[in-house]
Every structure is written in structure tokens, then in C-alpha cells.
Write a protein that binds this ligand. Structure first.
Ligand SMILES: Nc1nc2c(ncn2[C@@H]2O[C@H](COP(=O)(O)OP(=O)(O)OP(=O)(O)O)[C@@H](O)[C@H]2O)c(=O)[nH]1
Ligand SMILES: [Mg+2]
Length: 424
């Protein structure tokens, strides 16, 4: 099998570069560079320096102007860097041009995130998804050495190899991608079956979503005792974990921990993680968790909402929760957040503050939504009756001339289609 993780010798010093179009965007660019620094450190590569560079509009050859590009290469040499990492997305051609100019490895944020995912994937599904995303990303970049971080580089796709070799390699990789897709279908079928089992009982479920490092896994662990990985790192979680909690009103709720989001998440990843992210789409409601102690928390809110929008889950009923209030010292911060999100809760998973209120709100959500209804369903809607059998609990059925009268507990996800038939 074609091996994409070839890492005998890691790069040692990184120069980070972020371009911004107008002076007003400088602070944003610097903040994104900070985050890129965190990502690069997560990969175990020390950061020598970060440069925010003003560049009015993207240039075809280097993304930046060629004078600026030469300056940056010169600087990288001076401070002894062996990799330049861009916060902006580079096209495969731009990446090649940079490598030709600088004679060192040049990558972008997308590739860093793909590498982190690659290093962290644990389950079969996550590994397949990451491999697929990485191959997708690398295919158009195959003329340069694959496994850029390996000094050996060699083997498939090395620079200087003939065109036919390259074509062969590409074909080989496409074949592997097909196999990966087939394997994924199989793995996903299993997970869909598991989900179907869960849905058979009308236990409502909520997904914890949010920016990476907000404390999602910590919350799941604290509320359910689930043994999930908690780490002060970006993308600690790549797989979903679902656990049951018993709410104070004695109703059960399934809580699912999900993969975190980040600004400029590579679209290959969103695509291949679609199935995993689907947990959020399938949930009855969402718990949107945010790190209140982070200065960019409102931007993170927007990022998560965008990804949810892409997934078609943004209209779902959502409980907004600001975590880590133990770290918020300035009372103005809390006031500002409350102002922006009047319905939000403030909690600390660490100190336990606000968690009772959170659980009470979850109980309210479930109570409101998972209600018992009396329904009169016309005979031509037997599909709804079938769904009720599958996903709800039917307490009584009475067959009348024009309708079937059913008393049932209806999970929230069925509410919309069923409510026209509710009898008040
Ligand atoms: N101070 C403080 N730190 C917290 C709190 N909750 C979580 N953390 C810390 O935040 C870091 C991230 O926590 P995780 O639970 O791994 O975050 P996550 O949202 O699951 O992150 P990803 O899986 O990477 O998306 C860990 O170091 C936690 O200990 C809190 O209430 N207060
Ligand atoms: Mg996590």
C-alpha cells in the first residue's frame, strides 16, 4: 500500500507567514498566526518566528509579490528555518514555486491540520477519513516530494522523476482512494446500524459541538463519567463518543462528544468527516460549548455556526454554553458575552460552577420536546405510523374509519412531521 506517513526526519524550525489585504486586517492575521503557531507546535515543530505580511491582493506566482517572496526566503535562511508555513491557502503551483525559490519545504495551514488529524486518528473510521482527505489534498501536489517532512522524501513522486512515473503514481493513488471509499462505506454502515439501535428507543440525544479546545470532552466526562481524552491541545478528539446521562426529571439523554472546529478547516476534511459530523446533524438538539476565557470567543462562535450551516444543522435548537468561567477575571468579559448571547449559560467544567443549571436546562429541553401526544393519522400516512413505531413509543392504538388514533411519546426529531396530526 502506498505509504503517506513517511517521517524519518522532522523539520526543525518553522517560519510562519500570514498575509492580510488591508491594514485593518492585521490584528486578525496576527491572531490567526498565533493559532497556526499552536497547530504547528501540536505537530512538534518549534516556531522560530511569525510574520504578518501586508499584501493587497493575491498574486498568481507566490500568492505574495515576488519581491516580498524573495525577502521572506532570505529571512528564512538568515534565521535558519527549514520550513515556511503559510496561514493562507496556497495552490499546488504556488507551493511548488515557493519551494523552488526557497529550496526548503513550504506548506500551508491546511496541510498542518491534515497532518495533525493524521497523527491523531485512532479508530478505523477516523484513519480512513484522514487518509482520504490527505490523498485528496496531495494528489495535485504530487510533482513535489511526497512526505515533505521526511528528508528522505524519496520514492513515489520525487522531484525529477519522469512524467510517466508520475502518471502511474497518480493512478495508483486514485485506486487506493477508491478502496478507502469502499472501506469507509462498510465502516459507516456499521455505525448507522448502531445509531438505528439507539433510535429504536425514544431516547433524545444532544451533540456537544464547538471550537477545538473549548472543553467538550471535559464536559462529557464530567457529566457522564465517560473515559474520553481531555487535552490542552487542538483536535484532541477526532471520534464521536456517546454516553447516557440521567436527568433530574428521571429522563435519559444521550450526549455525544464531537470533533472540534477551527477557522479555515480544510474542506477535504469537512468532506471526509461528514459522516462523523453527521452526529451533530442527527441530534435532537445541540450544546454549543465555548471557551469564555478566550479573547476570540465570539469569532469562534461564528466559525462553529458556519460549519453547522454547511452541515445543515444551524437551525437546530441550541443551548449556548460559555465554559471556563473560572479563568475569566474581567467582569466586563462576562457582561459582554451575556449581552451578545442573552440566553447562554456560564459554567466551569473544572470548578463545577453552573453545571447544575446546565443539567436543569437540558432536562427542560428534553421535557419540552419529548412529549406524549395524542395523534390522529390518516391512513395514507402509514409511513408516519411506521416511523412512530421505529423511533417513538406507542402507548395506545385505535383504528377509526378515517384515521388511526395513537397515543405516543414522540422524539423531537419527529415532532415537525407529526405535529399537524396532533389532537389538542
Ligand atoms: N480552566 C479551565 N479549563 C478547562 C475547563 N474545561 C476544560 N478545560 C481544559 O481545556 C482543555 C481542553 O479540554 P477538552 O475537553 O479536551 O476540549 P475539547 O473541546 O474536547 O477539545 P478538542 O477535542 O480538541 O476539540 C483541557 O486542558 C481541559 O482541562 C474549565 O472549566 N476551566
Ligand atoms: Mg475533545
Amino acid at each position: 500500500m502506498f505509504e503517506i506517513k513517511r517521517r524519518e526526519k522532522m523539520v526543525e524550525r518553522a517560519l510562519l507567514v500570514g498575509a492580510y489585504p488591508t491594514p485593518a486586517d492585521k490584528a486578525d492575521a496576527e491572531d490567526l498566526l498565533e493559532e497556526l503557531g499552536e497547530l504547528v507546535r501540536t505537530l512538534g515543530v518549534p516556531v522560530a518566528e511569525k510574520m504578518a505580511v501586508h499584501s493587497r491582493e493575491p498574486q498568481a506566482r507566490y500568492f505574495l509579490g515576488s519581491g516580498k517572496a524573495e525577502e521572506i526566503c532570505e529571512h528564512a535562511r538568515e534565521i535558519g528555518c527549514d520550513v515556511i508555513i503559510f496561514d493562507n491557502e496556497l495552490t499546488p503551483a504556488q507551493q511548488r514555486n515557493w519551494e523552488n525559490l526557497s529550496k526548503i519545504t513550504v506548506i500551508d495551514r491546511q496541510e498542518v491540520i491534515l497532518d495533525i488529524f493524521g497523527a491523531r486518528a485512532q479508530t478505523k473510521e477516523a484513519k480512513l477519513q484522514v487518509d482520504l482527505a490527505r490523498m485528496n489534498y496531495s494528489l495535485p501536489r504530487l510533482t513535489r516530494a511526497w512526505g515533505h517532512l521526511g528528508k528522505q522524501g524519496g520514492g513515489i513522486g520525487s522531484k525529477g522523476e519522469g512524467e510517466s512515473q508520475l502518471e502511474q503514481d497518480k493512478r495508483k493513488i486514485r485506486g487506493q482512494m477508491d478502496r478507502l471509499r469502499r472501506d469507509l462505506v462498510e465502516v459507516r454502515r456499521n455505525r448507522a446500524n448502531q445509531r438505528k439501535d439507539r433510535k429504536r428507543a425514544p431516547v433524545p440525544n444532544a451533540a456537544i459541538v464547538g471550537y477545538t479546545n473549548a472543553g467538550k470532552s471535559s464536559l462529557l466526562r464530567r457529566l457522564t463519567g465517560a473515559d474520553v481524552l481531555v487535552e490542552n491541545a487542538l483536535f484532541a478528539t477526532l471520534d464521536t463518543t456517546t454516553r447516557k446521562i440521567n436527568l433530574p426529571n428521571r429522563r435519559p439523554l444521550l450526549l455525544t462528544d464531537t470533533v472540534g472546529f477551527i477557522r479555515k478547516l480544510p474542506h477535504q476534511l469537512v468532506e471526509s468527516f461528514n459522516a462523523t459530523l453527521e452526529e451533530a446533524v442527527m441530534a435532537d438538539f445541540l450544546v454549543h460549548l465555548l471557551d469564555a476565557s478566550h479573547p476570540r470567543v465570539l469569532e469562534f462562535h461564528a466559525t462553529t455556526m458556519h460549519v453547522l450551516e454547511d452541515l445543515g444543522a444551524d437551525a437546530k435548537k441550541t443551548l449556548t454554553v460559555f465554559n471556563k468561567v473560572d479563568r475569566v477575571e474581567d467582569p466586563m468579559t462576562k457582561a459582554m458575552l451575556r449581552n451578545a448571547h442573552p440566553d447562554a449559560l456560564f459554567v466551569s467544567v473544572h470548578s463545577g460552577e453552573g453545571l447544575d443549571a446546565l443539567v436543569a436546562r437540558l432536562a427542560e429541553f428534553v421535557g419540552e420536546e419529548n412529549s406524549e401526544l395524542l395523534l390522529e393519522i390518516p391512513h395514507d400516512r402509514s409511513d408516519l405510523v411506521a416511523r412512530l413505531h421505529r423511533e417513538g413509543v406507542i402507548h395506545e392504538t385505535e383504528y377509526l374509519e378515517a384515521v388511526t388514533r395513537i397515543r405516543a411519546t414522540v422524539p423531537p426529531r419527529l415532532r415537525e412531521s407529526i405535529s399537524p396530526f396532533a389532537v389538542v
